[in-house]
Ligand binder design. Structure first.
Ligand SMILES: [Zn+2]
Length: 100
C-alpha cells in the first residue's frame, strides 16, 4: 500500500481558476460548489488541505490520519484531507460535500 499527495497548497488564483473551470464544466455555480470551492473558502489556499492518491492509500489515511491531525472532510471526496484536529484526536463526522 502506498499513498502520495497529488496537490496541497494552491494559490488563490489557481483555486479560483479551478472553481471557474468547474462552473463552466457543470453549467452552474451551485453544481460546481459540490466539488470545488472558491478561493476565499478553500483550505487548499490556507495550506491546510491535501488531495491524495490512490484510493487505497486514501482509505488507509482515513483510518490512520488522525495520528497527525488529518481527517477526510467530505463524503463525496475520498481524496481530500484537512488538518482538522490535534494529533491523536478523533475526526469529526464527515460532511456530505463542500459548501461555502
Ligand atoms: Zn482537496
Amino acid at each position: 500500500m502506498s499513498v502520495s499527495i497529488r496537490t496541497g497548497y494552491r494559490s488563490a488564483k489557481r483555486q479560483q481558476d479551478l472553481f471557474e473551470n468547474e462552473i463552466a464544466a457543470t453549467g452552474s455555480r451551485k453544481a460546481a460548489l459540490k466539488r470545488v470551492l472558491p478561493a476565499k473558502s478553500s483550505m487548499h489556499v490556507r495550506g491546510g488541505a491535501i488531495d491524495v492518491k490512490p484510493q487505497a492509500g486514501a482509505t488507509w489515511l482515513e483510518k490512520n490520519g488522525s495520528e497527525w491531525g488529518l481527517c477526510r472532510r467530505y463524503e463525496n471526496e475520498w481524496w481530500h484531507f484537512e488538518l482538522m484536529i490535534d494529533p491523536g484526536g478523533t475526526c469529526p463526522t464527515m460532511e456530505p460535500q463542500p459548501k461555502e
